[in-house]
Design a protein around this ligand. Sequence first.
Ligand SMILES: Nc1ncnc2c1ncn2[C@@H]1O[C@H](COP(=O)(O)OP(=O)(O)OP(=O)(O)O)[C@@H](O)[C@H]1O
Ligand SMILES: [Mg+2]
Length: 436
Amino acid sequence: MMGSLRGRLFVGLTAIILLTGAVGGLLAYRWAYSEAIEMQDSVLIQIGSFVLSAPIRQSRPVTGVDAEAEVAVVELGEAPRGSADDRRLWGLKDGLHNDVYHGQPVRLLLRTRPDGSRFAVTQQTEIRTEIAGDMAVRTLLPIAALVPCLLLMTAFVIARSFRPMLRLAGDLDARKVDDVGALPATGAPSELQPFLGSINGLLERVRVMMDQQRRFIADAAHELRTPVTALSLQAENLASLDMPAETRDRLDALKSGMRRTKHLLEQLLALARQDAAPSIATVAVELDKIAKGVVADLLPEAAARNIDLGFTTVEAVAVNGDELSLISAVRNLVENAIKFTPNGGAVDLAVAREDGMAVIQIQDTGPGIPPQDLARIGEPFFRGGQPSGEGAGLGLSIVKRIVDHAAGSVLFENVTGAGRSGLRVTLRLPASTDEA
Ligand SMILES: Nc1ncnc2c1ncn2[C@@H]1O[C@H](COP(=O)(O)OP(=O)(O)OP(=O)(O)O)[C@@H](O)[C@H]1O
Ligand SMILES: [Mg+2]
């Protein structure tokens, strides 16, 4: 609790409020108490004045002041007489006194009439303090009601003041891993500005570093492509010569190694291209045509493995995007479907328009992706917990980036049942409005 600024503020302010309330309450109580005592004295003096001019002379309780006030008039006569208490009272001077009468502590007012007779107006001290206490407690009520209200308001104000900070943390948390754009500084409280400045500085440095790294990968892949292509050509040339069967086997192994390396470089370059230049798409591209083109390209590959590659539905729908990138995305997905589907299986495509989105669905009859791998799909070089087949492990990273840049989404689901199972990939892209 004390580790948090909010907690510290709340504890501190609570202590201040409680202390102020306690001191204020104590002072108010004492002031009201002495005020009430004085008021009761003045009541005694008033009653004294009445009795002084009244014709009746007889000890009696005074009624009509306050039923519980227990004020009494005691006639003492012109000379000391009666009980020991009466005699002692007679001996006191005119005025207010604290004394004991009939065994009870009392407050009393002594007065002498012009004819020399004396009387006392008495009130039990216990009753007086009780009345004064009651009145003083009543002055505490507003303070007692105010303190909880203040505490509530403090908690509310503190929570509100810290909201921008929590919002900032939420913004940072919600970011995609590769989002290194600056945090907006407008609207944030001035205390957060230096903090924001530092974070944005850090983000900028990270962005520069990421850019350098991407450029390095792109440059390296590009530089490697030329020698690898040359090597492949040399291998092809070599293959046209006569050679023993054993040598030819080794040459074939060499050639497929070269092919894999070339594929890796192609994929690396495609990925680097997506990272470097997020295509500022303004051209409407027909997604159904792209899909048909990709399928036509891959038909021989599918046929060679006896895989039934085709469409279940095709609707004409266009998206705003970079044509080459979109071809690359669809191609990577269909290639995966063919690659991971066993011989004799099927790969079905569907292109449709749904609520302003262009949707392309690719479903195969392969093993699907194990649930524990689904979360990591799209990480560069991730090929699943048990990699199978050939591949660089970059295809889905490329797809994800293309989809991100096009403000679309891609969903991987394992479908089972209805006599077939496999992976279903759903690609959604905002449909273009200026359609033919
Ligand atoms: N249709 C599919 N069925 C089953 N598993 C798949 C399917 N598509 C992708 N995967 C799994 O996801 C992994 C990543 O796919 P990705 O396309 O990124 O890499 P790759 O195909 O292995 O290599 P590359 O595409 O770069 O040549 C694959 O290795 C495979 O394990
Ligand atoms: Mg792939």
